[in-house]
Design a protein around this ligand. Structure first.
Ligand code: GDP
Length: 177
């Protein structure tokens, strides 16, 4: 008998161009993915995308939410997501500042107490153009009690680790609340 699959809604937050769309596409080709139904992968408006993964013998499904900011805030108020992935680009200082604003906003509306946030620095393959240090990323994450990881969607570095990290954080928070 098949156990029901846990569904987790994950908000992908960040400035335009930091790699949110590329990251979700990369998740969908990840080796930890057990099954992915391409037919169901996208909503009619393209704003929600699904990935299912198997971790520690338990299958979970992610719904990634990537709407416009207005829409996101509506979503958060109506039905908050289970986790927030706040993304910036390490070659774009303004996107890092934007990620700080987003974390502050989420803290203000009390979204972070019962829900995990992960701060993600993307595009570390562009090492020579780096404008945000690893240390600055760590400090920001620490301030908001978020997990921190640097990735490169472009060269598929740490993408599986991030996917597993999101699920692990959601399961840990579930045990606490
Ligand atoms: P979004 O607006 O946040 O959804 O960003 P996109 O996913 O559309 O990515 C914006 C651009 O950054 C695209 O041209 C991607 O190919 C590029 N990009 C995304 N991730 C990486 C990365 O890790 N390294 C590099 N060099 N480019 C990336």
């Amino acid at each position: 008998e098949r156990r029901p699959v846990a569904c987790h809604r994950v908000a992908m937050v960040g400035a335009p161009g930091v790699g949110k769309t590329a990251l979700i596409s990369q998740f969908q080709t990840s080796e930890c993915i057990n099954a992915y139904d391409r037919q169901r992968g996208k909503d009619a408006d393209g704003s929600e995308q699904k990935v299912s993964i198997m971790l520690n013998g338990e299958e979970s499904e992610f719904h990634f939410l990537t709407g416009s900011p207005e829409k996101k805030e509506e979503i958060e108020r109506a039905e908050p997501p289970d986790a927030f992935v706040v993304i910036y680009s390490v070659v774009d200082k303004a996107s890092f500042q934007k990620s700080e604003q987003e974390l502050a906003r989420l803290l203000d509306c009390d979204m972070l107490r019962a829900r995990p946030a992960l701060l993600v620095g993307n595009k570390i393959d562009l090492a020579r153009s780096r404008a945000v240090s690893t240390q600055d990323g760590k400090c920001l994450a620490c301030t908001y009690k978020a997990k921190f990881i640097e990735v490169s969607v472009g060269i598929n570095h740490n993408v599986d680790e991030l996917l597993v990290g999101i699920l692990t954080q959601i399961r840990l928070k579930r045990q606490q609340y």
